[in-house]
Design a protein around this ligand. Structure first.
Ligand code: SF4
Ligand SMILES: [Zn+2]
Length: 365
């Protein structure tokens, strides 16, 4: 593979070309959202450095990711859910938090120890969530144990993290790294930053951890299994090496691997529609988790849309069983869970690993 260069971008290839296509695809969106309502909120449980705990996950509607407005990542449909016009006020963001607290009060026996806040972009980007709002949110959740906030590496700053650690919250920054391989991140995902930027963000968080009293600060890396343009076996190899490289970075205590699902208004959707993309097999998820079980980090995966054509799937017969084994692995980190599941379609998956060579020719549906 040749290295990308600024000249090739100028000639309308590389990122320019990806961004142009993504802008056209996203322009098809026609949904409008209320800035006083969160994009989504749900209750779950999560494996954290303190063990498995109840969690409240909030997707704040902050007006969308700046990168997405330039075109954005090939698999990401979040911008289609963002607010028209680009920014959401302090009051509206706090209204969204209130809606989430009401949801929790109505549906959970007690407040969750873990709060996870994602935005359609970066929580630590002050153009999405201002300093005043960030401090107010930290205050609102000061009685919890741990908070996770999502951010691109550029916006990670020890002083912003101190808003949370100072009120007694252990704080994790979730970074959508997608892969440790720069070439794959740039050309398959269309994400602009480098692994070195992720390492720098981890260093900044390690400093925040050093400054924090009685609580920790750490990084949770989000990886993407099977971005477009990779064959099944290339995707598996890329993930195994990515999990290992992330786990070796100081400060990164958790790796969450998301198998790609086909979201509307994305390049992946266009490829899928034309028969040029198949989401990863659940066997591939299991293979990566098994192969990386010994690394010095918690490794988890939560396949969204498992078993459907647009989500990670096997043959249809075994999907629920394999998904259950993956969820089991998330909690216990024991690769033996995968010894208890098998299916005839494993042979097909092995064949795909051996023979699939081109993104344009998936061998199976
Ligand atoms: S994946 Fe993240 S960075 Fe990429 S377009 Fe979506 S919200 Fe923006
Ligand atoms: Zn099967």
């Amino acid at each position: 593979m040749s290295r990308p260069s600024p000249e090739s971008y100028e000639r309308g290839r590389g990122m320019d070309a990806h961004n142009q296509v993504m802008r056209e695809i996203r322009a098809e969106k026609d949904k409008h959202y209320d800035p006083h309502e969160p994009t989504r909120v749900w209750l779950d449980e999560d494996n954290t450095p303190d063990g498995v705990v109840d969690s409240l996950t909030i997707i704040l509607n902050t007006g969308g990711c700046r990168w997405a407005r330039a075109g954005g990542c090939t698999m990401c449909g979040y911008v289609a859910e963002s607010v028209e016009g680009g920014s959401v006020t302090h009051e509206a963001l706090l209204d969204q938090i209130d809606v989430c607290l009401e949801h929790e009060a109505e549906n959970a026996a007690e407040p969750a120890d873990l709060i996870k806040i994602y935005t359609s972009g970066s929580f630590l980007d002050e153009r999405e969530v201002g300093a005043e709002t960030r401090a107010a949110i930290a205050e609102t959740f000061a009685d919890r144990e741990r908070i996770v906030v999502e951010s691109l590496p550029d916006f990670v700053d020890r002083e912003k993290l101190a808003d949370f650690t100072d009120v007694g919250l252990s704080t994790d920054v979730a970074v959508g790294l997608e892969t440790a391989t720069d070439r794959v991140r740039h050309d398959c995902v269309n994400k602009y930053f480098d692994f070195a930027d992720f390492e720098a963000a981890c260093e900044e968080v390690a400093e925040a951890d050093f400054d924090a009293e009685d609580v920790d600060a750490g990084v949770k890396a989000y990886l993407l299994l099977k971005p477009p343009f990779l064959s099944e076996s290339e995707a598996v190899e890329d993930m195994i090496s990515s999990v290992r490289r992330c786990a070796a970075v100081e400060g990164c205590h958790t790796v969450s691997m998301n198998p790609t699902n086909v979201q509307r208004y994305t390049m992946v959707d266009e490829l899928f529609f034309r028969g040029g993309y198949r989401p990863p097999w659940l066997w591939s998820v299991a293979r990566v988790l098994e192969a990386t079980a010994g690394v010095d980090a918690i490794v988890v995966s939560d396949p969204v849309g498992h078993g459907s054509d647009r989500g990670p799937h096997n043959c249809g017969e075994c999907d629920d069983r394999v998904q259950k084994a993956i969820k089991d692995f998330d909690r216990r980190q024991d690769p033996a869970v995968f010894e208890q599941v098998s299916c005839e379609c494993e042979a097909t998956w092995e064949y795909v690993l051996d023979e699939e060579t081109s993104y344009g020719m998936p061998l199976t549906r």
